[in-house]
Design a protein around this ligand. Structure first.
Ligand code: 13P
Ligand code: SF4
Length: 332
């Protein structure tokens, strides 16, 4: 039988009151899913806030690496996901590609002891574990600059995975030299060596889009996420993570026009007027949008029937090292 969204919402609310479960949703989730969540936030907030929550089950509406981060930080919790949708950027690197990146640096005369790997939180647990085992740590888009400044103090070359844009944007902000593996540059001549991963959603924003809005609305502000290409970030007025973008935009006077370069669902619910999506193509994250209200209902019903589905399990060694990499970040 097919239910309407209103009927599904009622059923979900009813099941939530009966079950020992906390529903969490990332900012990029569809509105109807976002609305029924108990905790909402960016990827880091969701991982840390669920750690402090008492419920036995976390029902995570987001992408795979985010659900994994909750499980890694709180191994005793049972984490289920309505859809185990893998972030396209996280999919671009695995343990083998990570080892190849290390090998590339070694071939260019940088020994393993002189490499400090940092992984953006948008990576799967196997990559976080590799980074943890090598003495490295995780960063998010909100703390990447701080984490990299601290890491530089040990005087090693930084291997930054998987997002080449975030790595290069931070390097530019700090006046550091960066390269992308495969661009022909020598790692010896650079401070930050970036893996060649990227977010396809954040590549949709172009200099033409910025030019169009600046011409159409003189005085408009442009705010983008650091997963955008460095030339887009350089041409913008503000660059920030999802939480930082929300804070920045909410503090603006309502008459100030702004064009925003990040995922559609989040931008669409930010402000009632004078807010534009910085792209002629709707920038929806396909994997974030996979989770529907019906999926949430089916996943809650499975918990009620004592047959949980889509539960996150991580092997012991991956769990141990990925946790170390995440906790090194939290300790800072
Ligand atoms: P946040 O870490 O800001 O939640 O962003 C995650 C993400 O996937 C952005 O595209
Ligand atoms: Fe991954 Fe990009 Fe979607 Fe964020 S917007 S979850 S980086 S694919």
């Amino acid at each position: 039988m097919q239910y309407t969204n209103e009927e599904l919402k009622e059923k979900i609310i009813d099941l939530k009151t009966k079950l020992d479960v906390t529903v969490v949703a990332h900012f990029y989730q569809r509105d109807e899913v976002f609305d029924i969540a108990d905790i909402t936030g960016d990827s880091l907030e969701l991982a840390t806030r669920t750690r402090d929550d008492d419920a036995e089950f976390v029902l995570f509406c987001g992408v795979g690496f985010m659900g994994q981060s909750v499980k890694v930080l709180s191994p005793k919790k049972r984490v289920v996901m309505p859809k185990i949708a893998c972030c396209a950027m996280a999919k671009m690197i695995d343990a083998i590609y990570f080892d190849e990146s290390i090998a590339f640096m070694e071939e260019n005369g940088i020994s393993k002891d002189n490499i400090l790997p940092i992984t953006y939180i948008n990576s799967n647990a196997d990559v976080k574990a590799k980074v943890g085992e090598m003495g490295g740590l995780v960063c998010t888009s909100s703390n990447a600059k701080f984490i990299i400044s601290d890491a530089l103090k040990v005087g090693k070359k930084i291997l930054f995975v998987p997002d080449r844009c975030l790595g290069q944007n931070i390097a530019n902000q700090m006046g550091l030299k960066s390269m992308v593996i495969g661009d022909g540059a020598n790692p010896q001549d650079n401070d930050i060596i970036c893996y060649d991963g990227f977010c396809s959603v954040h590549q949709l924003f172009s200099l033409e889009d910025i030019g169009f809005y600046r011409k159409k609305f003189p005085g408009i502000l442009i705010a983008v996420h650091p997963e955008c290409d460095p030339k887009i970030c350089d041409a913008s007025d503000f660059v920030g993570s999802t939480s930082q973008l929300i804070k920045y935009i909410k503090e603006l006077p309502l008459e100030q026009k702004i064009a925003v370069g990040t995922e559609f669902n989040m931008v669409n619910r930010l402000r009632t007027k004078n807010t534009y999506i910085l792209s002629s193509t709707k920038p929806e994250c396909p994997t974030m949008n996979e989770t529907t209200l019906e999926d949430v209902y089916v996943t809650l019903k499975a918990i009620e029937d004592l047959k949980p589905i889509n539960e996150i399990h991580i092997d012991e060694s991956t769990q141990k090292w990925a946790k170390i990499a995440l906790e090194r970040m939290l300790a800072l």
